[in-house]
Design a protein around this ligand. Structure first.
Ligand code: ADP
Ligand code: MG
Length: 294
């Protein structure tokens, strides 16, 4: 057990204890204002949406990075978000994951969970997984050990040290290894993987938590063409079981993901500039103007 892992474990234990304390209320686990108990990992999608943003705004030193942004994602949907640099795509993810508090607006996970009431660690535990641009795997551990570690989140530092996956968890680990194309590399040190393989491993670590919603910020940046194509296949295989919000610049990748018919959202100056099929938004005058510059 390296100091890194100890710290990670300690951080998770603290986050979990805080989350548990927040959920322990006089009404037996019901937080005020909720019609139903909060069960981690359970989200009400009976109204046809897994994520809902309305009129969200945030300013940094007077600059409006997000400006009355509204967005609606359906359960199992794979939504691509495109837009020029500085459009507010990463800030949008920061708001959904609780890293940044908006000045105004509504952010709901399913139809009952008001995400603005929760902290970053709690939101992650509810089943919103986020992939940042840079891969952050444990380079000195094997691929298998990295995935094992992702399973231990809720078990605490000491349990983690003795932790061995049970058979269901072992099955899940094997399944995720196949999904992320790393089954033949299970025993390799993560540090020896290619950039693309590290990205897949990190996605695999998120998948071990079985998130309902995955937020992926420029996941194919720096990947080879072949890795990019395999990443698109990977995301398409997750669609339906998980909801995915993918921010990406690579139009070939977006084309492969949307297969000509899925809805794409174009963000510009913190709001939705256009929404629709990729071919339609690409020929939209406002979008052309924003991409080509004035
Ligand atoms: P994108 O991901 O679409 O390229 P960002 O969300 O990173 O855009 O940034 C949107 C705008 O908000 C940019 O102008 C950026 O400089 C600004 N911004 C983002 N985060 C902060 C912050 N924490 N403090 C100040 N400005 C920020
Ligand atoms: Mg960004």
């Amino acid at each position: 057990m390296t100091p890194d892992l100890m710290e990670e474990g300690a951080r998770r234990v603290t986050a979990y204890a805080q989350a548990a304390a927040r959920h322990r209320t006089a009404s037996g686990g019901r937080a005020a204002g909720f019609a139903r108990p909060i069960v981690p990992g359970e989200v009400d999608t009976t109204h046809g949406r897994i994520l809902y943003l309305e009129d969200v705004s945030v300013s940094f030193d007077g600059f409006r990075a997000i400006n009355k942004l509204s967005l609606d994602i359906a359960p199992g949907e794979l939504r691509c978000i495109i837009g020029p640099n500085g459009a507010g795509k990463t800030t949008m993810m920061d708001i959904i994951t609780g890293k940044t508090r908006p000045d105004a607006g509504t952010v709901f996970f399913g139809s009952t969970i008001d995400l603005l009431r929760y902290k970053e660690a709690e939101i992650a535990q509810m089943g919103i997984g986020r992939k940042f641009q840079k891969p952050t795997v444990f380079e000195q551990l094997t691929v298998y050990e990295n995935l094992e570690l992702a399973l231990k989140t809720d078990k605490g530092v000491f349990a983690s040290m003795r932790f061995r996956p049970d058979s269901a968890e072992g099955d899940r680990l094997a399944e995720v290894l196949r999904t992320i194309h790393l089954a033949p590399h299970a025993d390799r040190l993560a540090g020896t993987l290619s950039h693309g393989q590290k990205q897949w491993l990190e996605i695999g670590m998120l998948l071990m938590q079985d998130p309902k919603l995955l937020l992926l910020d420029e996941p194919v940046a720096g990947m080879t063409d072949e890795e990019t194509e395999r990443t698109a296949e990977l995301f398409l295989s997750l669609e339906g079981q998980h909801s995915l919000v993918v921010v990406e610049h690579d139009m070939k990748f977006v084309e492969q993901l949307t297969q000509g018919h899925k809805k794409v959202t174009v963000l510009h100056e913190g709001s939705v500039l256009a929404e629709g099929k990729l071919a339609d938004v690409q020929s939209n005058d406002k979008v052309v103007e924003v991409y080509l510059g004035r």
